[in-house]
Write a protein that binds this ligand. Structure first.
Ligand code: KG4
Ligand code: ZN
Length: 356
């Protein structure tokens, strides 16, 4: 392997067009550029991501974003050692843009191409600024996923628990919509919550005392929907946001404690590292709560920096770098995999009839 490999990462799985160049250095990884272009303006009038519009926007921007990432990094194209693009999971029409761009770029430079699981990008994102060793416990909380995983090596994941219905980020976004906040409103809920009374509304915590560290948020969403119909003032909205935020904190703390025990048992107490990643991990109060819990339970909490919690290409380049070191390259025939799981042996756990 070359001494200080340079990896170009490309991400287009949902509504962010992103490219980044990172380099392995002696004492860690350096992010040389990290360009993220969000499509919030394209989708906000629809209240959610419209796949065809997202794909069109990726197509319009991908060339510029990759060029900017290369320019910002100051490296010469010919010195890039491998190209890593997100291959799944995500929206098929969106994934295709970044994956095909990456393949064409790799072919034209005659450099290795690496397909990345977007969730593996989130899982390894703390390696961009911390030195961590496998195994570790991961809580992945984003707009599309909510899972506890035992991360046991590159590509080696054991799912300990997952949501049986909505993802945490989805619950934040839906609550925001009910409070009249523009999509995507997750981050705004945190601001509303700061001004409200967290004890004003008692909200349900579905499957809190059963189902191991599996999660469920559908019942909470229904309760928020019912209350939201009778809100009169701004203060009412702040109170509902605060009660919602507090309920999420309590669910995540309680289930993390269950996951700690399952992780310790599985890994025979060999590690006490707890990584919290994904868009919702940028929520400051969730960070504080999970930090407090970890210290009490003798776990070491690790969060990526806030700007690397939400979708970005530096995390895709990071997963690419780890695969590059192990020469795990992919062929240019690699097909988009919109349902790519980290733990491919885990049971399907969504919808009515799920046994817990
Ligand atoms: O990881 P991410 O950027 O995309 C996915 O892979 O899904 O996560 C986006 C999700 C959205 O649901 C967004 O509302 C939520 O993360 N989010 C937050 C905050 N910032 C982003 N949720 C709660 N509090 C925040 N501060
Ligand atoms: Zn993501």
């Amino acid at each position: 392997m070359k001494k200080n490999p340079l990896i170009l990462g490309i991400e287009t799985s949902c509504d962010e067009t992103a490219a980044s160049i990172i380099q392995q250095e002696k004492n860690g990884v350096k992010i040389l550029s990290n360009v993220v272009s969000s499509q919030t303006d394209v989708h906000k009038k629809f209240g959610g991501v419209v796949p065809e519009l997202a794909a069109r926007s990726h197509l319009e921007k991908i060339d510029l974003i990759v060029k900017k990432a290369i320019k910002d990094s100051g490296v010469e194209i010919k010195n890039i050692d491998a190209i890593a693009s997100t291959g799944g999971p995500g929206l098929v029409v969106c994934l295709s843009v970044g994956l095909n761009f990456g393949k064409a770029f790799a072919a034209s430079l005659n450099k290795p191409f690496i397909a990345i699981n977007h969730l593996e990008g989130h899982a390894l994102s703390p390696m961009l600024n911390s030195k961590i060793k496998f195994p570790y416990l991961l809580l992945l909380i984003s707009g599309g996923h909510s899972q506890f995983l035992s991360v046991e090596g590159l590509g080696k994941y054991k799912r300990l628990g997952t949501t049986i219905d909505d993802a945490v980020g989805e619950a934040f976004d839906k609550t925001a919509k009910l409070l009249g906040i523009e999509f995507p409103g997750g981050a705004q809920i945190e601001k509303y919550a700061e001004k409200g009374d967290l004890n004003r509304f008692i909200l349900p915590k579905p499957i809190i005392n059963r189902g191991g560290c599996n999660l469920s948020f559908a019942g909470l969403k229904t309760a928020v929907l019912k209350i939201s119909k009778n809100l009169k003032s701004k203060k009412d909205k702040y109170d509902l946001a605060a009660s919602f935020q507090n309920t999420i904190e309590e669910i995540l703390s309680h289930k993390s404690k269950v996951a700690f025990n399952e992780f310790k048992k599985r890994n025979k107490n060999k590690s006490n590292i707890f990584v919290i990643a994904g868009g919702v991990a940028s929520n400051k109060k969730i960070r504080i709560k999970l930090k407090e819990l970890s210290l009490k339970e003798k776990f070491q909490p690790i969060f990526p920096p806030i700007d690397l919690c939400s979708d970005n290409a530096a995390m895709i380049a990071m997963a690419g770098l780890e695969k590059y070191k192990k020469k795990k390259f992919d062929s240019l025939n690699f097909a988009v995999n919109p349902r790519w799981q980290l733990d491919e042996k885990a049971n399907f756990m969504k919808g009515a009839g799920v046994k817990l």
